[in-house]
Design a protein around this ligand. Structure first.
Ligand code: ZN
Length: 410
């Protein structure tokens, strides 16, 4: 399963899981001393242990009953760092985590004790990070991987902090213009469809592919005008790009945020309003499942053989990183719903929905798909073709992006 890379310094020789009175103890036996960091993640409840790249030589792990451990996965997280994820049956908290140097024939060990916690205690304390492993990018601003895991300080949230109730903070961060261009977050905007694939069709020959491109260009300009972001489009002309390629572009450029723009169609012409989607293995509702199927058809429309496309995303190791990215994506989606609402953009009910959109499967980049409105509604397709209306949407999206990065860079 794991790629056999060059010889790595650290071996994990075994992992023992032991039930003890009032707690569960994990003991990793190691080939040498190491730094680590460990913390809890929610939804589902997981214990995470990060270490420098390791070889997993522990084989399969015995999980005695009564330890609360459901499953164990491990694999590379990012260059130089590997991760062990322990799925837990219920909320738990780490009591202590420490290394024991080799002694009396025993190898170097990493010991982590954890015990059951109330939901409230879990929510309050899960973000505490044990250990002092430095993970590149995790405390250097909102870079891609910084959002996967907390910075190695004692109280930074494991996931991004949940949105604060109440209004977004006023923008008082004037010195932001001082940020050198290369350090600004990179936002990749993906204009849906293109070329042979027109997407949905609207009033008097309006095409989704042209609406999305116009919106992408407008949004790019609005974002660049703030001086706070770098922006890249997956396409800046009427060309076909396959879905996996759109994801690949964002990954190759190490985007901090990926926004795919679409405009849907439905056979009920009274339906209108914008909606926003994040990735999930299970669709939030039947309509969204069908929508994802339609959007995922894009490649098939252009006659591309998809039989070998899914290998990457099926990769369980990638999934390790992906789960946290999904939380970031949801967080941004929620920001966007409020910003669109506040900006006077008409919204669909249950504005934020979930499904398996192929274009949202970058494991390390928070990604959303926005259906700007319905091409099948004459009024809305006409509105979307008008620069004024697109400017309204662009302003709202700039607000949500500002608010998102202000939170993640704290
Ligand atoms: Zn579309």
């Amino acid at each position: 399963m794991l790629a056999a890379g060059p010889a790595l310094a650290l071996d994990i020789l075994s992992l023992r899981i032991g039930p003890h009175p009032g707690k569960t103890r994990l003991v990793f036996e190691l080939s040498g001393q190491t730094e680590f960091r460990s913390f809890m993640l929610a939804n589902p409840v997981r214990l995470v242990v990060d270490m420098p790249d390791f070889n997993w030589r522990a084989g399969s792990i015995i999980r005695p009953p009564g330890t609360g451990v459901k499953d164990i996965r491990q694999g590379p997280l990012q260059p130089g760092i590997s991760r062990v994820v322990i799925d837990l049956e219920q909320p738990m908290l780490i009591g202590s985590a420490f290394v024991l140097p080799r002694k009396d024939g025993q190898p170097d060990r990493l010991v982590i004790d954890f015990s059951s916690a109330s939901e409230a205690a879990f929510v309050k304390s899960r973000s505490i990070v044990h250990g002092r492993l430095k993970v590149p990018g995790s405390s250097a601003g909102p870079g891609g991987n910084s959002m996967i895991a907390p910075a190695a300080s004692s109280t930074v949230a494991g996931n991004i902090r949940p949105p604060e109730p109440g209004p977004a903070p006023q923008k008082t961060q004037a010195p932001k213009t001082a940020v050198p261009s290369s350090q600004r977050p990179l936002i990749v905007i993906d204009a849906g469809h293109g070329g042979d694939d027109p997407g949905a069709l609207g009033h008097q020959g309006l095409k989704e592919k042209n609406i999305t491109l116009a919106m992408a260009r407008d949004l790019k300009k609005h974002l660049e005008d703030t001086g706070r972001y770098r922006v890249m489009l997956t396409r800046d002309k009427d060309v076909f790009i396959r879905l996996s390629q759109r994801v690949a572009i964002a990954r190759a450029k190490k985007a901090d945020l990926f926004i795919s723009l679409h405009a849907d169609s439905i056979n009920r012409d009274g339906v209108r309003g914008a909606s926003i989607y994040t990735l999930s293995e299970i669709a939030s509702d039947k309509e969204t499942e069908k929508l994802a199927a339609r959007e995922n058809l894009s490649d098939a429309i252009a006659g591309i053989d998809l039989s070998h496309e899914d290998q990457d995303v099926a990769n369980i190791l990638v999934d390790l990183a992906m789960r946290d990215t999904m939380n970031q994506s949801k967080f941004f989606a929620n920001k966007t719903v409020s910003a669109l609402k506040g900006g006077g953009v008409r919204l669909l009910e249950n504005t934020h929905r979930y499904a398996g959109f192929a274009v949202l499967k970058a494991p390390d980049i928070p990604s959303v798909l926005i259906e700007l409105g319905y091409m099948s509604n004459n009024q809305e397709s006409i509105l979307l073709s008008q620069p004024d209306y697109r400017a309204r949407i662009a302003r709202a999206l700039v607000n949500s992006i500002d608010s998102y990065f202000e939170t993640v860079s704290q």
